[in-house]
Design a protein around this ligand. Structure first.
Ligand SMILES: Cc1cc2nc3c(=O)[nH]c(=O)nc-3n(C[C@H](O)[C@H](O)[C@H](O)COP(=O)(O)OP(=O)(O)OC[C@H]3O[C@@H](n4cnc5c(N)ncnc54)[C@H](O)[C@@H]3O)c2cc1C
Length: 399
């Protein structure tokens, strides 16, 4: 079998395609194998943090993405009674070229990257090619691809990036453990065109509501609000995904919402898991294949974009012979540690803060938010953390 002088990428999600864009920009040929017949249109991540927008700007992608979305200059925390505290990203305008959150669906990013790369000789994308196995030796990697018609094909390339999502076949082929746990409750996302600005005084486009019986959050994207609620284990999937259930759930927040205001209803199972290693020889794990977390704080896709950029910068140097192979171990060291220290820790803490039922814990969270908002230095540190800029600094310090 001939060895293609290319980097293979499993999965054309936001992480796989960011990796492709970064490698092609550096003159490295890539082949992306996507199991589905086309790019996904699923409604999932919709928050891009300043740190990710800065990286996408380097790849020449940020402006087109910003044009698809809504700029959210603030994030706020509330109770059902009113605002606890709000934070304005202008306080970190000296640390980022994008001092805001961009609210845009992740499928806008994948479409923009694919359109930009299509026609570049170094970019191949092959749909309906599901990686079902992967192996390696000292010189290259071999992948087994399955087509929808049941036919199999083997291909050999130089390196493999497993960006094939939470159920990664690449991770399974490497036999890498996915350590962590699954939350008992599922998360319900209801898309609605209801005008919450008119109904909720002082609401911001990104607003988290702490509540001991049913925390929730408001995320505005162009044309609708996405509302998220926890759903207890005793409600079946079939019940939770009916429009009646969605309307009744929304009614606990806003009784005037009608059936016709509901655009979509989606239920997600939520996990906190991190792969035991992000590198095995010539094969890497990135994005959801390497780590998954609850969406409170919007760190899953953003962390995956950070993985893709960290990895491909190193891989390009090793490809060109400018850095030793051992430099690639720093990808695992840096990204795995910040995934544990930042993404996992804070996404779990964010959930506990919003759902706290103990009055002392509730008071601690609210008092702390108010104290941070009242202190410019703490506000700045806080915004650097939630923008994931602090995690990049920490990764760089690890060497
Ligand atoms: C409700 C919800 C809200 C979220 N909100 C946010 C948010 O605001 N911000 C944020 O940062 N994150 C958020 N996330 C998380 C985010 O959606 C994921 O972290 C992100 O999709 C990960 O991107 P990825 O490219 O790693 O994987 P995916 O998006 O899962 O893409 C994987 C791709 O690989 C393909 N594939 C799968 N298996 C194979 C195979 N064997 N061979 C070839 N191709 C394969 C799939 O078809 C898919 O195209 C949210 C998630 C949910 C569920």
């Amino acid at each position: 079998m001939i060895t293609e002088d290319r980097v293979f990428i499993a999965g054309a999600g936001p992480v796989g395609l960011t990796a492709a864009a970064s490698l092609v920009r550096r003159g490295i040929p890539v082949s992306v194998f996507e199991g589905a017949p086309a790019l996904s249109r699923e409604s999932r991540a919709s928050t891009f943090h300043p740190s990710s927008l800065d990286m996408l700007a380097e790849l020449g992608i940020a402006d087109a993405l910003i044009a698809t979305g809504l700029v959210a200059p603030r994030v706020q925390y509330r109770t059902r009674e009113g605002i606890i505290a709000a934070f304005d990203f202008s306080a970190i305008a000296d640390a980022t070229r994008h001092p805001f959150r961009l609210q845009s669906e992740q499928h806008n990013l994948t479409r923009i990257i694919d359109a930009k790369l299509t026609g570049e000789p170094d970019y191949h994308i092959e749909f309906d090619r599901r990686i079902v196995d992967a192996g390696q030796d000292a010189d290259g990697v071999t992948v087994t691809l399955e087509r929808r018609d049941g036919a199999y094909e083997e291909r050999r390339g130089r390196w493999l990036i497993g960006a094939d999502g939470a159920r990664s076949e690449v991770r399974k082929a490497l036999d890498v453990e996915f350590e962590g746990f699954t939350w008992p409750e599922r998360f319900l996302v209801v898309g609605t065109t209801f005008d919450f600005y008119a109904a909720v005084p002082g609401l911001d486009a990104v607003s988290y509501v702490a509540d001991p019986t049913q925390w929730h959050f408001y995320l505005q994207i162009p044309g609708m609000w996405r509302m998220m609620f926890p759903i207890p284990p005793d409600v079946s999937d079939a019940t939770a995904t009916t429009r009646d259930f969605a309307r009744a759930t929304l009614a606990t927040v806003q009784p005037r919402v009608h059936d016709s205001d509901i655009v979509h209803v989606t239920l997600y199972r939520v996990h906190q898991r991190v792969a035991k290693t992000f590198r095995v020889g010539r094969v890497f794990l990135a994005g959801d294949a390497a780590h998954i977390n609850n969406p409170l704080g919007g760190m899953g896709m953003n962390g995956g974009i950070h993985d893709a950029v960290n990895l491909t910068e190193r891989l390009a140097q090793v490809w060109r012979g400018e850095a030793p192979d051992a430099d690639l171990d720093r990808y695992d060291r840096q990204r795995r540690l910040v995934t544990l220290e930042y993404v996992q820790k804070h996404s779990i803490q964010n959930k506990r803060n919003l759902e706290a039922s103990d009055p002392a814990e509730q008071a601690r969270f609210r008092d702390e938010l108010r104290a941070i908002a009242a202190d410019p230095a703490r506000t700045r540190d806080y915004l650097l953390r939630i923008s994931m800029i602090a995690s990049l600094k920490r990764a760089a310090e690890l060497g």
